[in-house]
Design a protein around this ligand. Structure first.
Ligand code: SF4
Ligand code: FES
Length: 388
């Protein structure tokens, strides 16, 4: 079709100097949110609060066309994510298609819907890597956080099958006040499961996590202990387990370089085909994101999208970012966090100590960590139900 032939035309100049991939700065890896449907209800889910319904999702053929186009413009890796990507009946077919195109494929999953047969079929289709999320190291807490009975036991089982099928495994552990005490055991669990990598990801507060901030915010002491623990484990487990570590930036002095800078190194495609600079971008009102359904090639969307260009680079910045020495280091932090906390996406991320809001944010974090209570608003299509 026309979009694909445009992509092929783009691809035809790939080998020449100033090719599409080079001149458009196409990211090497793209995240595909196949669906927002998910059997788990994690209160810190990175999906937007306004979840896209199953009926809006791209069809099998549309996703295949997206994969072909991504391969044609120079993308090398695709991460199948969600929601829960295994909720898509066509996942094996999509992995096979990606694999036939020579793309490296990663499955980011909660694992609870997988059978051994389906995992084996994914491996046969060319799946290269599996990442399984854990909510703790034992069922009582983990199943409460995920809002899904017997989920933890199922995850352990799927992690074992993953290694039996000789697929590399990453354990992803999202950490917060209610499970940080289990981190030592989570590290041991990752080693016992023969994972190559553990992601210790402290919750970032947008979307569902922002709704649940008071129940999730760690204390400063917990974060200091967590950092020391990760540093010691990295040293002790050199060559056994690589550990990635994401700190919660409410407690930092400088913000994170979110997504490597808006529209610089990363995009994801939403279940209905919108090309987004990050998973939370639709929380910013007043931005219209282009869709792969619009008839424009993905390379052109990446280059020309008004929404992607709005906060690209440094030209949009206000003070204190505009004259700051770090502006090309962190690109002003996170636009979604600036919008959520300062009410303007072009504001300095309040995680930065130079933001006029920083002190208030830090104090809020401390107060919520001490007195926030344990109740979660669970993530679901009904808008969440508070439970203890
Ligand atoms: Fe980064 Fe802006 Fe803070 Fe400077 S003022 S450190 S550019 S967020
Ligand atoms: Fe959207 Fe940081 S999550 S810019």
């Amino acid at each position: 079709d026309s979009v694909l032939s445009k992509a092929s035309a783009d691809a035809a100049v790939l080998d020449k100097p100033g090719s599409v991939a080079e001149s458009y700065g196409i990211p090497l890896a793209v995240l595909l949110e196949l669906t927002h449907r998910c059997p788990l209800q994690c209160p810190y889910c990175s999906n937007p609060v306004e979840l896209e319904r199953g009926s809006a999702e791209l069809s099998t053929d549309e996703w295949k066309r997206v994969l072909s186009e991504l391969a044609a413009i120079g993308v090398l890796q695709v991460h199948f994510s969600g929601g829960e990507p295994t909720a898509r009946k066509d996942l094996v077919e999509l992995v096979q298609h990606a694999s036939d195109l020579g793309l490296y494929t990663n499955l980011i999953t909660s694992a609870v819907l997988l059978t051994r047969e389906r995992l084996a079929a994914l491996a046969d289709a060319g799946l290269c890597h599996v990442q399984i999320s854990f909510q703790g190291n034992e069922p009582l807490l983990a199943d409460r956080v995920g809002g899904y009975a017997n989920g933890h036991a199922k995850k352990l089982e799927v992690a074992r099958w993953t290694r039996e099928l000789d697929l590399p495994l990453t354990v992803n552990a999202v950490m917060h006040r209610q499970n940080l005490h289990q981190l030592p055991n989570i590290i041991e669990m990752a080693v016992a499961l023969d994972a190559d990598r553990l992601e210790v990801a402290n919750v970032q507060y947008y979307g569902w996590a922002l709704k649940n901030r008071a129940a999730l915010m760690p204390t400063l002491q917990q974060i200091e202990d967590c950092t020391a623990l990760v540093e010691a484990a990295r040293e002790r487990l050199k060559g056994v387990l690589a550990i990635d570590y994401v700190v919660p930036d409410y407690y930092a002095l400088r913000p994170k370089t979110c997504m490597g800078g808006w529209g610089r190194q990363f995009f994801n495609i939403s279940p209905s085909g919108k090309v987004l600079p990050c998973h939370a971008a639709e929380t910013i009102t007043g931005l219209a994101f282009d869709s792969v359904r619009d008839g424009t090639s993905i390379a052109e969307i990446w280059r020309d999208s008004e929404a992607l260009n709005r906060y690209r680079g440094t030209g949009w910045m206000q003070e204190p970012c505009a004259s700051c020495a770090f502006k090309e280091v962190d690109f002003g932090g996170c636009r979604c966090q600036a919008f959520a906390l300062a009410g303007a996406a072009a504001a300095t991320d309040p995680a930065c100590a130079l933001s006029p809001l920083h002190e208030r944010i830090f104090k809020t974090a401390e107060a919520e960590a001490e007195g926030g209570g344990d109740r979660f608003v669970y993530r679901n299509f009904a808008g969440g139900t508070a439970e203890t």
